[in-house]
Design a protein around this ligand. Structure first.
Ligand code: DGP
Length: 121
């Protein structure tokens, strides 16, 4: 685990050096609105600590595992706060090139507020 990577965009957002519309700002977790929303609710939930993707977070063992639990719990809290808990939502970890991961700092997309298709594009 690397606490912060200077050139990482999401490390910059977590540190407050890069502006973002934050909806949660916790000790280990930060959540903010996606700059290019794909649904009426589109929030990114990240740990402050830098891991390139969710697989790296899991591979780190503890404290990674505890952090993953916190990420998922935070995603649920975001959904509740955004009023999409009952209508439903997706929590997505894009991981690697085929999934379209474009920022190499683990992030959970929380998407909701409209009906979504399956399979994803
Ligand atoms: P992914 O493609 O899964 O790596 O998702 C990265 C997301 O990050 C993408 O949906 C757009 C979002 N994003 C990229 N740059 C910024 C930024 O500067 N601010 C915010 N709020 N979101 C960003």
């Amino acid at each position: 685990m690397i606490v912060s990577v200077p050139e990482c965009l999401f490390c910059g957002i977590a540190a407050g050096d890069v502006p973002a519309t934050k909806v949660a700002d916790g000790e280990r977790i930060v959540a903010f609105r996606d700059i290019n929303p794909q649904a009426p609710v589109h929030v990114l939930v990240i740990p402050r600590d830098h891991y390139p993707n969710v697989a790296a977070l899991v591979a780190a063992g503890d404290p990674g595992k505890g952090l993953l639990d916190e990420l998922i719990a935070a995603a649920g809290k975001v959904a509740a706060a955004e009023g999409i808990e009952d209508s439903g939502y997706r929590v997505v970890f894009n991981t690697g090139p085929d999934a379209g991961q474009s920022v190499a700092h683990v992030h959970a997309h929380v998407l909701g507020g409209r009906a979504m298709a399956w399979p994803p594009g």
